[in-house]
Each structure stands twice: as structure tokens, then as C-alpha cells.
Design a protein around this ligand. Structure first.
Ligand code: GDP
Ligand code: GDP
Length: 454
């Protein structure tokens, strides 16, 4: 028996629907509309869970309805074996969240803290704030978009002390690509496409590459919301993995816009970066790493996307070995935020290197989705601290107690530290690099932050 609790409008009903596969339940923007408690059954990894959606936990400030809802929630928690405590990551932690978290804590029941509405990056601060509720590490999800549901299922199992069967059946709506991250504990990768954008300066060869990848089967699936009218997405399949390719440049060329091509390409790039999970930065081997290439590269990591660098027109390069060595060095120096990013030499025109490019995309995507178990993280922390102790501030050594990974896409880590403000940036950098090395996370930006806490 699992109770979904939280203040109104955080997305409890949406999560209930997502987990049970129902669409019928009332979901509304109006706080408190779904007043009644609903029951439903879900099948996670072949285990039946009964879900209670309280959908109306409110502070009993005024009126008897709120009072009743609060009572109902207390009853639901009482009846439950596990509590899913939901907050709205976009809104951050509110007073109501805090006071209801207290009820959940005092119940003594195991609680999984769920930070909902965390699609995109709008929820990042809220996810980090959620630590302050004292309910452990939050798990970032988007009930509406179905993101993070695989990880949530895994956490639910862990909290109930259940083992996930190795070839277990997945929950019906468990369509989270994050689930593919760790083969040992996650169900097999679902058939959700990897969203890939190919960006680069005009003439780098983007259209040629897209055509080469799609071959004869080019199928235009039509404009996607949020992209320009003349950008298209095409789906292709590579060794059973579906890939959704965003191609913003192709049609522009046909429109023969030349004067402002650079500018347009830049804004196209920004849009498709937001849309993509993995960005392929396509570089002209004959004119490598001009200003715009670097700007795009930085943008990709700022937006938290996974990056693959493809050097095109490799057919034109005479001394390939030497050139590749030099290019890799340049990449390492100028894109220092993503050490060991994959650099693949290709020729879109003669269709060589495309296999390596696809493998790099799939591998980098898996890294981007990777979740490192908390015990491993804390073993790493202990080692990292003993190798290089944190400096002292005001005569006392700064202590870092605990580290956890609240979210993936990109991998995001939080360490708890009494005097977080006093820790120098260089030490945080040391920890980030050490973490990246220890858990092998090449080519993806890592978020590492400190929280005040014991
Ligand atoms: P409840 O009152 O806690 O049951 O919340 P609902 O499930 O009724 O959701 C409240 C509002 O939040 C609705 O407009 C939902 O569409 C929206 N919502 C739910 N989940 C998400 C999400 O993952 N992301 C975003 N952006 N909105 C969501
Ligand atoms: P876009 O503006 O980035 O879409 O670039 P295009 O795909 O239109 O390519 C620009 C020019 O580079 C065209 O003349 C292509 O034929 C050429 N080109 C693209 N890929 C290659 C390649 O791998 N080798 C060579 N030699 N030329 C290429």
C-alpha cells in the first residue's frame, strides 16, 4: 500500500495516473479540485502495488474541507506501507510542504521524496531545496512527461526492501530512458527515441550528414512544437535504438537565405540544443574550432546536454593521425567542462565514420542518464577527502559529510557541508574531477553543488 501525498497542485493525480496507467482521473490546475481519495493498482516489476491518491493535502488553516483533507491524508499515511511525498520542483519548498513533511516524518513510515515537474532544468533549484525537508534525497521526475519514473520505481522498491527481479516485468508506464542507465538494477531499455541535434556553422556539412544518416529512408515527421516551422525531426533506427534527429539547417539552405545565415544558424542551434538530449557539434576539418564552434560547445554544456564532437570532411585531410591528435588536444583545452568528450572523425559525403558516430551518441546518452548509487558515492567521498583533505577556514577544518545524486540528465550531485560557503571553488573542482574519474562520466556536464547541512 503506497500513499501519494503532498499539497494541492503538485501533481499527485498526474503521478497516480502515470503509475496506474489511468487517464480518467481528474487532473486540474485548480487547487483542491481532486478532493477524494482514489485507489488504484499498479504493477511494478511484476509486483502489485496498491496506490492511494490523496490529492488534497492542505494546511488546515480555514474551513472544514481542508481539515478533512488533512485527516484523510493522515489516515492514508497511517494505512500505507510507503509514502510518496510529492513537491512541485518548480515552485520550490513552501511552508505547507514543510509542515506536511513533518507529519510524514513523524509517521515513521518509509518516505520517498518526489520532486515533480522537474522536466527541463526549471526544477533544479526546487530539487536541491527539497533536501531541507529532512526526508532524504529527492528523486526528480516529471509525472506529466514520464521522466524519471524508472528511477522512482527503483527507489520505491528499495524503500520497501524489495529486490527488483532481474528480468522483471516493468511498470506499464515506465518509459524512462534513465532506466537504461544501469543494466544490473534497471529493466531493459525502453523503445523511447534518443533526441539528437546536429549543430555547427553553415557549410560544416550538417545537411549532408543528415541525408547520409537517413539514407533513402528519409522520412519527415513534421514540425515539432517549439522549433521553427522549417525545422524537422526525422526518426531513424540504429541497431535497434530509435533516434530522433533534429535537423534545423536543411530547409534553410533550400530557402537560400545567405546574408544572415550565420545568425540564423546560431539561433537554430540554440533552439535545437534545448530540444535535444545529445548534441552533435559538427566541425569542418578544414576550418576547425572557430569562434562559433566554441560558443555552441559551451552552450551545450551550459544547457546540461550531452555532447559529441564530429569532425567532418575528414576525406580532405592529408595527415589524419597527426591532425586528429591535434584536434583532440584543442578540444580538451577549449571544452574543458566536458573532459574526454568523444571526438569522431567522419566524412558525411563519403559516408565514413558514421558507425563510430552513432556508437558515440548512444554511449554518451547512457552516461548522461547514469545514476550512481549513494553508497558508492559515499565510499568515493571518503577516499577523495582522505586523499586531499578540505582546507581549514577560520582555524577549523571544513567537514563534508555526505553526497548523493538527486538527478540524472545530466548527472547532478549534492554534497552536504556545515560551512558550504567557506569551501573554495578549487576544492569543489577537485571533487568534481575526482568524481568524474571515479565513475567514468566522459562527455557530459556534471552539476555538483554544496548544501548546508550536517
Ligand atoms: P494534485 O492536486 O497534486 O493532484 O495535482 P495534479 O495532478 O492535478 O496536477 C496539478 C497541475 O500540475 C496540472 O495542471 C498538471 O498538468 C500539472 N503537472 C503535473 N505533473 C506535472 C509535471 O511533471 N510537469 C509539469 N510542468 N506540470 C505538471
Ligand atoms: P550545412 O550548411 O552545414 O548543412 O552544410 P552542407 O551539408 O550543405 O555542406 C556544405 C558543403 O560541404 C557542401 O558543398 C557539401 O558537399 C560539402 N561536404 C559536406 N560533407 C562533406 C565531406 O564529408 N567531405 C567533403 N569533402 N565535403 C563535404
Amino acid at each position: 500500500m503506497v500513499a501519494i501525498v503532498g499539497r494541492p497542485n503538485v501533481g499527485k493525480s498526474t503521478l497516480f495516473n502515470r503509475l496506474t496507467g489511468t487517464r480518467a482521473a481528474l487532473v486540474s490546475d485548480l487547487p483542491g479540485l481532486t478532493r477524494d481519495r482514489r485507489d488504484g493498482v499498479t504493477d511494478l516489476f511484476g509486483v502489485n502495488l496498491r496506490l492511494i491518491d490523496t490529492a488534497g493535502l492542505e494546511e488546515a488553516r480555514q474551513g472544514s474541507i481542508a481539515d478533512r483533507m488533512r485527516k484523510q491524508t493522515e489516515q492514508a499515511i497511517e494505512a500505507a506501507d510507503l509514502v510518496l511525498f510529492v513537491i512541485d520542483a518548480r515552485a520550490g519548498v513552501t511552508g505547507a510542504d514543510t509542515s506536511f513533511a513533518r507529519i510524514a516524518r513523524q509517521s515513521g513510515k518509509p518516505v520517498v521524496l518526489v520532486a515533480n515537474k522537474a522536466e527541463g532544468r526549471k526544477g533544479t533549484d526546487g530539487v536541491l531545496d527539497a533536501f531541507s525537508l529532512g526526508l532524504g534525497a529527492p528523486i526528480a521526475i516529471s509525472a506529466e512527461h514520464g521522466e524519471g519514473i524508472g528511477d522512482l520505481a527503483t527507489d520505491i522498491f528499495a524503500a520497501l526492501g524489495l529486490k527488483i527481479p532481474k528480468t522483471g516485468k516493468k511498470g506499464r508506464d515506465d518509459d524512462d530512458p534513465a532506466a537504461a542507465g544501469d543494466a544490473k538494477t534497471r529493466p531493459p531499455a525502453p523503445a523511447r527515441p534518443i533526441r539528437v541535434a546536429i549543430v555547427g556553422r553553415p557549410n560544416a556539412g550538417k545537411s549532408t550528414l543528415v541525408n547520409a544518416l537517413l539514407g533513402e529512408d528519409r522520412m519527415i515527421t513534421g514540425p515539432e512544437p517549439g522549433l521553427t516551422r522549417d525545422s524537422v525531426a526525422s526518426e531513424l533506427s540504429y541497431k535497434g535504438q530509435s533516434i530522433l534527429l533534429f535537423d534545423t539547417a536543411g530547409l534553410r539552405r533550400k530557402a537560400k537565405i545567405t546574408e544572415t545565415a550565420e545568425k540564423l544558424a546560431a539561433s537554430d542551434a540554440v533552439r535545437s540544443i534545448r530540444f535535444a538530449e545529445v548534441v552533435v557539434l559538427l566541425i569542418d576539418a578544414e576550418r576547425p574550432f572557430e569562434h562559433q564552434d566554441l560558443t555552441i560547445g559551451h552552450r551545450v554544456t551550459e544547457e546540461g546536454r550531452a555532447l559529441v564532437v564530429a569532425i567532418n570532411k575528414w576525406d580532405l585531410i592529408p595527415e589524419k593521425q597527426k591532425a586528429l591528435r591535434e584536434l583532440k588536444k584543442t578540444v580538451a583545452e577549449s571544452l574543458a567542462q566536458v573532459p574526454n568528450v568523444s571526438v569522431v572523425a567522419i566524412s558525411a559525403r563519403s559516408e565514413s565514420g558514421l558507425d563510430q558516430l552513432m556508437s558515440a551518441i548512444i554511449k554518451t546518452h547512457a552516461t548522461w542518464n547514469r545514476r550512481v548509487p549513494t553508497p558508492q558515492l559515499n565510499r568515493w567521498l571518503e577516499e577523495a577527502l582522505s586523499r586531499h583533505a578540505p582546507p581549514a577556514a577560520a582555524g577549523r577544518r571544513i567537514k563534508i559529510r555526505y553526497v548523493t545524486q538527486p538527478s540524472t540528465r545530466p548527472p547532478t550531485f549534492v554534497a552536504f557541508c556545515q560551512r558550504a560557503d567557506a569551501l573554495p571553488k578549487s576544492y569543489i573542482k577537485y571533487l568534481t574531477n575526482s568524481l568524474r574519474e571515479a565513475f567514468d562520466l566522459p562527455g557530459v556536464p556534471i552539476r555538483f553543488s554544496l548544501r548546508k547541512g550536517e
